[in-house]
Design a protein around this ligand. Structure first.
Ligand SMILES: [Zn+2]
Length: 379
């Protein structure tokens, strides 16, 4: 039997004293032999679809045979989630500091080298337990033993990170602005991308830039590298280092679609089945052509001019070199100049997302595209 619990985590206070809280749902498995899982959604305010995916996961997981513990956190960032302006939700940046909410997680690489030296001959079990304890202690120190305090966003991020550090597999559910589904996947975990029903994968290097996925896989990656330098070899994704984190981009912001959410929940369950988290064989990945692209080749195309944009390129389909991505309308030029300007690129690309508004300034990020893409090899 699995035990299901709901808790409410307090992540801060508003000026009036009102509490900022986040619901935390957990399945605790009786025989937790597989990797534990942490899934959160809505760290960015307008990116709400992950909440619907968590709803569908909660519904489906009740009927699954679990080999591990699973923690699910919708509404991960209540400040961003509630930050409306007119008809729109803002909430990709802290309105006070201007910092991206998903760049506030903590990882101090200087703890890795000393740990690897002290544990060079330790058992895998001791390394696993003590390194996890070390990383949790790092967060505890930040949260509770810091006389200078924390920003609102850091306080939220570190509390989420404390939950994530107790898991081996972390999924951070986001969306693009107007977007197709795509997956941010660490390069070492490329094989796992075949188990999500997501046709486009971005392979990210093993660098820490403050995001949740990096904050949870980079410590283990760095530790594995430090051991290797001293002659002790481990493989990322296996055994002690069976740690993976992904940012799952579910589509467009400002949208809830419960039917699509069910498809995405099933896709996540296929991945969790592959990792041994659940033993329900009915969850299998769909056959599809999956494309990948390295992060360096994931290019933003900035608008060459101000104007009104007619977005032309379809998401997820190869657009031939020279074919227009968009046309920009400039009514001020009508009659004595060019009223229409076409935007294209020099190579075939796969458009993944575009800006959410039709009116843009010169320099607005118009599209993001896979520039040098390739078919993801089947594992
Ligand atoms: Zn996001």
């Amino acid at each position: 039997m699995n035990t299901f619990t709901k808790k409410v985590m307090s992540v801060g206070e508003m000026a009036s004293g009102a509490k900022l809280t986040v619901p935390v749902y957990s399945f605790v498995s009786e025989n937790a032999s597989g990797p534990n899982v942490y899934i959160q959604a809505n760290m960015h305010g307008a990116e709400v679809q992950g909440n619907a995916v968590i709803f569908q996961l909660l519904e489906l997981l009740q009927h699954c045979r679990l080999n591990a513990n699973i923690t699910l956190v919708p509404y991960a960032n209540p400040v961003a989630c509630n930050h409306k302006n007119g008809e729109y939700t803002l909430g990709r940046f802290d309105p006070i500091t201007g910092v991206n909410w998903n760049r506030m997680y903590h990882f101090d690489e200087s703890v890795i080298e000393p740990f690897s030296q002290n544990y060079i001959d330790a058992t895998e079990e001791d390394i696993n337990n003590d390194f996890r304890a070390l990383m949790l202690n790092e967060i505890e120190q930040k949260l509770d033993h810091n006389i200078f305090g924390l920003t609102t966003g850091q306080r939220i991020a570190y509390q989420l990170q404390r939950l994530a550090y107790q898991a081996d597999i972390v999924l951070d559910l986001h969306t693009g602005p107007i977007s197709s589904k795509h997956l941010y996947c660490p390069e070492y975990a490329q094989a796992s991308a075949n188990y999500f029903d997501i046709p486009h994968t971005l392979l990210i290097p093993n660098d820490f830039d403050g995001a949740m996925d990096e904050a949870t896989f980079c410590p283990w990656w760095s530790l594995q590298q430090a051991f290797e330098k001293q002659g002790r070899k481990f493989t990322m994704g296996q055994g002690l280092f069976n740690k993976e984190s992904f940012t799952v981009e579910l589509g467009s912001q400002e949208q809830i679609d419960l039917d699509v959410a069910k498809d995405d929940a099933v896709s996540i369950l296929a991945y969790l089945h592959y990792k041994g988290v659940i033993s329900n064989d009915e969850y299998q990945p769909q056959a599809m052509t999956r494309y990948a692209c390295y992060l360096n080749d994931y290019k933003a195309l900035y608008s060459p001019m101000g104007g009104m944009v007619d977005y032309l390129a379809e998401f997820g389909e190869v657009l031939a070199a020279g074919e227009p991505l968009a046309r920009i309308l400039r009514m001020d030029n009508y009659g004595d100049g060019e009223a229409l300007h076409y935007v294209s690129l020099d190579k075939p690309v796969i458009p993944i997302l575009h800006f959410a508004s039709a009116s843009v300034n010169q320099g607005t990020e118009l599209y993001k595209v896979f520039y040098n893409y390739f078919e993801l090899p089947e594992s």
